[in-house]
Structures are given as structure tokens and as C-alpha cells.
Design a protein around this ligand. Structure first.
Ligand SMILES: [Zn+2]
Length: 286
């Protein structure tokens, strides 16, 4: 009787928040970039799963039944509050108190019209720090390795930020038009102005009136380029660009990776450097 109860109890706890058999901490990240932070910082102490599959759209992505189960098995859940992913928020509400839920927006100055905080490398730095604290709490035995991993990754983010500051210093234009409102943080950090066509919902289509005012804003600011986003239909941006007689180019929002990017081992640092090349060409930076 006692044995049956005990084994029942053990089975129950192992199906919820016990770390993996090999001692690694189960981390569920709400999307690609947070998964990358967890992998970089946690190294061999963590097993990381991203809730957004390759090429899926992060904002409106609907979790599968298996993914919800995965969330419930997590030791640590990393997410961004502020309604970036409503599906994740509602699934999180049902998690047991033993699942450590970490909102990586804490400590970041927010613009509530634009959830894409990670496109400013300094915000990434703050998120790396918060992830490091959370993973150390979940895996105290790995404290030294986690601290060292976090320091190394932060150094590379600082280097990226320096290169972006330098690369975007002298440009013939500092204004660009974008698809959805994804590049506000990046623009602010590097003293650029981003004029979004749609709001922060990539699914939303702007009205004709909206398009007119965007075209007017782009003219007034003498924007030379419209940056569209990978994974989004570019029709709207292309027709606006034709009307204004300006060019289009593609920036990456780093919300999700394509299978091809995964195969080529492209991550945050590499894709931001590609964004820098695109920005420099589009804005005419010397
Ligand atoms: Zn987005």
C-alpha cells in the first residue's frame, strides 16, 4: 500500500517538474530568440525548446496540444509579457506554481506599441542577464559555467552594438518605412526613424487612408527605402515603394528561423549583422 502510494507520488512528480534524468534543466522559450539566449547562457546545463517552429509567425502562433504538455513539464519558462504572444500568456496561466516563469521584459524601458525589444542589442544584454539569474536559480550546480557563458555572450552583444553604432553613424538617410512596427527599438538605439505600414500585428492590413498617410510621412521624411520582413507578404510594401519610387530590401525580425537558417547555423548575432549590411545599403551609410 505504502509502496504503491510512494511510487504513485514519484510518477506524479516526475511527470511534472523534475529535471531531466541527466540533470539538465528543461527550459521552454516562447520564441526563437529567447531559445537562443537560453542555449547560449545555459550551455550543457539546459535542454531548450522553442514554442515557435521554423518559419511560423510568432505573434499569433497557436500552440499544439503537445506543446502545451511541454510547457507543463518545463522547469523554467522564458517569455515576453506585454501581449507579444497571447497564446503563450493564456497557456502560462494554467501552469503549476513550481514552474519558474520568467518575464524577460522586466527592467527594460518599454514602448507598448512595439514588442520587438530584442532588436536592440542592449535589451538583449539585459535579457541575457535576467536569463542567467533564472538559470542559476534552477541549476545552482552550474553557476560558474552559466556566469561564464553569459559573460561571453554579453561581450559579443556589446561588440555587435559597437559595430552597429559605428556602421549607422554616417548615412545619407536616417528614415525608413517598414512592414509592421517591428524596428522601433532598433531605430531608437541607432538614431534612425522607422515609419511602419501596419501596426504591431503583422496580420493586420492598413486601410487606404492609413497607406496615404504613410506615403505622406515617407515623402516628408524623404525615406529612400522600404524594409520588408522575411515571413511576411511583401505586396503592400512593394506597391507603396512603386508609388513613392523608392527601393525595398528585407530585414529579419528574428522572431523565428527558417529551416535554411537553422541548417546554416545562423543565430541572433549573424542575422543582426546581415540586418546591418541591409540597413547600411538601404540608408546609404559610408
Ligand atoms: Zn513581429
Amino acid at each position: 500500500m505504502l509502496a504503491a502510494l510512494m511510487s504513485g507520488g514519484a510518477a506524479c512528480s516526475s511527470s511534472s517538474q523534475a529535471p531531466l534524468g541527466d540533470g539538465r534543466v528543461r527550459v521552454v522559450a516562447s520564441f526563437t530568440t529567447l531559445a537562443e539566449i537560453a542555449k547560449q547562457v545555459g550551455g550543457s546545463a539546459v535542454d531548450v525548446v522553442s514554442m515557435v517552429p521554423p518559419s511560423a509567425e510568432a505573434h499569433e502562433y497557436e500552440l499544439t496540444v503537445d506543446q502545451v504538455a511541454e510547457l507543463h513539464r518545463a522547469n523554467v519558462v522564458l517569455f515576453l509579457g506585454d501581449k507579444f504572444q497571447p497564446q503563450i500568456d493564456s497557456a502560462r496561466a494554467d501552469l503549476a506554481p513550481s514552474v519558474r516563469q520568467v518575464d524577460l521584459l522586466r527592467g527594460i524601458a518599454l514602448d507598448h506599441h512595439d514588442p520587438h525589444v530584442w532588436l536592440d542589442p542592449n535589451n538583449m544584454n539585459a535579457m541575457v542577464q535576467a536569463t542567467s539569474t533564472a538559470l542559476i536559480a534552477a541549476a545552482p550546480n552550474a553557476t560558474r559555467a552559466i556566469r561564464a557563458n553569459a559573460a561571453a555572450y554579453r561581450a559579443r552583444l556589446l561588440e555587435l552594438d559597437r559595430d552597429m553604432l559605428q556602421g549607422l553613424l554616417n548615412c545619407s538617410s536616417r528614415t525608413f518605412v517598414t512592414g509592421h512596427a517591428a524596428f522601433g527599438y532598433l531605430a531608437r538605439r541607432y538614431s534612425l526613424t522607422a515609419v511602419p505600414i501596419a501596426g504591431n500585428d503583422p496580420e493586420a492590413q492598413p486601410s487606404a487612408k492609413n497607406l496615404e498617410s504613410i506615403a505622406a510621412a515617407a515623402r516628408v521624411a524623404s525615406a529612400h527605402v522600404i524594409f520588408t520582413e522575411r515571413n511576411l507578404p511583401a505586396d503592400l510594401a512593394n506597391s507603396l515603394a512603386r508609388d513613392l519610387g523608392i527601393r525595398t530590401a528585407t530585414l529579419d525580425t528574428l522572431e523565428t528561423l527558417s529551416r535554411d537558417q537553422i541548417k546554416r547555423h545562423l543565430g541572433y548575432l549573424e542575422l543582426q549583422r546581415l540586418n546591418l549590411v541591409t540597413l547600411r545599403a538601404g540608408l546609404g551609410c559610408s
